[in-house]
Ligand binder design. Structure first.
Ligand SMILES: Cc1cc2nc3c(=O)[nH]c(=O)nc-3n(C[C@H](O)[C@H](O)[C@H](O)COP(=O)(O)OP(=O)(O)OC[C@H]3O[C@@H](n4cnc5c(N)ncnc54)[C@H](O)[C@@H]3O)c2cc1C
Length: 427
């Protein structure tokens, strides 16, 4: 028995800004009979930034475009990329797996937060900034709860606004990047006026929240749940009592599917040419899986990839002129919000690094590489499959995590049997 194989003309993984721009642009430049399939594990359209619905005119424009009759959406997880054709293995929420193939495949899988472990980071109440943002957007009640946001990257500010809107008590905002790095960043921001305006908007709304630059979390503590955090600016340390700590060290691209597809990866980003084509023919990579640079860049790339897939090389070339500026922005963000050395040296022997398998720093430290740590300690072998501890181990020990393996998310044994039935029958 082999998996059912279905066809669309263009298959897109993700339904965030990048994916929407690609789908709508493609739809408008091809014959209306050509079918576009958009696959996403989220029920809502809009990816991470617009998961609660359109918040501005740009979002509304692309979301309205997604109602074009030849764009079809399916909810579920993409587990693997086919080796021989532009296509994917998809699992519906009911657990059914199907192959979906197209003339072209676009990966627009976004980014996720990067954790650098510190003592107490696994306590309930310590949450990733992105995850906290997602929970707030989907209705987490935090009325009057005391919230500290301390980590790194521009995501802190939208999260701060969401805390205010949810009537949480935002006690403190701490950015770990040094003041020198932030001054350099601010000096280059006028080259990205849309980002500068966005930043000013957040500063205007968060002006009354105590904010410190060059400040990071040293520890979190509490009796079975977060009760306090210890912050430091390198000169002094202090405690703040709180109910939630939203933290995380900037974002990192989601490259697992691109890795499975055999696409070239460099600096943990999918590599693509000026028309957003990856190293594999008919496979495009757009948005934050190619570098963390925000929604405007994701949309600009989506337009280029949509045009290229619609076989409009002249137009794609024309629109690609916008991309080099955004590539410089990705580099500026990465350089500004990379973890400072103090974050990499403050963990204790008993600080958990792999929270799925409860493995402390003291057991991983003597290992020489990711593979040895995996074999000897089970690092990276829990349900997150190294998505959280992999980047942490890279930052802390310089380990280069192994290639990703399919399926990229854990499945029940029944679903696994269904997924690989044909291979099992053959062997
Ligand atoms: C958790 C989180 C929250 C964020 N919140 C904000 C915010 O409030 N404001 C802001 O300015 N920026 C926010 N960002 C940054 C924001 O993601 C980007 O600026 C922008 O949304 C990037 O667009 P994108 O299309 O590249 O990716 P995304 O918007 O991240 O879209 C990627 C999509 O791919 C889907 N996907 C990934 N892998 C699979 C798979 N295997 N199978 C099926 N579907 C898959 C995801 O469900 C997601 O919908 C957030 C980032 C994260 C990680």
């Amino acid at each position: 028995m082999s998996r059912e194989t279905n066809r669309a003309d263009l298959v897109i993984v993700g339904s965030g800004p990048a994916a929407m721009a690609a789908a709508v642009t493609y739809s408008r430049h091809v014959d209306p009979s050509r079918r576009i399939l958009v696959l996403d594990e989220l029920t809502t359209l809009g990816g991470q930034i617009w998961r609660e619905g359109p918040t501005n005119r740009v979002a509304k424009y692309w979301m309205d475009g997604m109602t074009l009759p030849n764009i079809h959406r399916m909810k579920g997880q993409v587990l693997d990329v086919l080796a021989d054709r532009p296509g994917v293995v998809f699992q519906s929420p009911e657990g059914e797996t199907q192959n979906w193939i197209g003339d072209d495949l676009i990966l627009a899988t976004g980014a996720r937060e990067r954790w650098i472990p510190f003592p107490g980071w696994t306590l309930p109440g310590v949450v990733g900034m992105g995850g906290f943002q997602a929970m707030l957007k989907t209705g987490l009640a935090i009325d009057h709860k005391r919230v500290v946001i301390a980590g790194s990257g521009p995501l802190m500010y939208p999260v701060g606004r969401s805390v205010q809107k949810a009537k949480g008590q935002l006690l403190f905002l701490g950015e770990q990047a040094s003041i020198a790095k932030l001054v350099y960043f601010a000096a280059h921001l006028p080259a990205y006026p849309e980002k500068a305006i966005e930043a000013l908007g957040y500063f205007a709304k968060l002006w009354n929240v105590p904010t410190r630059l060059g400040t990071w979390v040293q520890k979190a503590g509490g009796d079975g749940r977060l009760e306090w955090v210890q912050l430091s600016n390198g000169k002094k340390s202090w405690h703040l009592d709180c109910d939630y700590l939203a933290t995380g060290c900037h974002l990192i691209p989601n490259i697992d599917l691109a890795r499975l597809a055999g696409c070239a990866i460099d600096k943990d980003r999918v590599q693509m040419d000026h028309l957003c084509q990856s190293s594999r023919p008919h496979l495009y990579a757009i948005g934050e899986c190619t570098g963390v640079g925000g929604a405007e860049r994701a949309i600009a790339q989506g337009i280029v990839a949509g045009l290229a897939a619609a076989r409009q090389p002249g137009l794609a070339q024309h629109h690609s002129a916008a991309l080099p500026r955004w590539e410089r922005f990705v580099q500026l963000l990465d350089a500004t919000f990379s973890p400072r050395s103090e974050l990499l040296t403050q963990i204790g022997e008993d600080t958990i690094v792999c929270r799925c398998e409860d493995i402390p720093h003291g057991r991983i430290k003597p290992m020489s590489c990711w593979r040895e740590a995996k074999l000897q300690t089970r690092l990276g072998m829990g349900p997150c499959q190294g998505k959280v501890c992999g980047p942490a181990a890279k930052a802390l020990y310089g380990f280069e995590p192994d290639i990703s393996r399919p399926p990229i998310s854990p499945l029940s044994v029944q679903a696994l049997l269904q997924l690989y039935q044909s291979e099992i029958n053959e062997s």
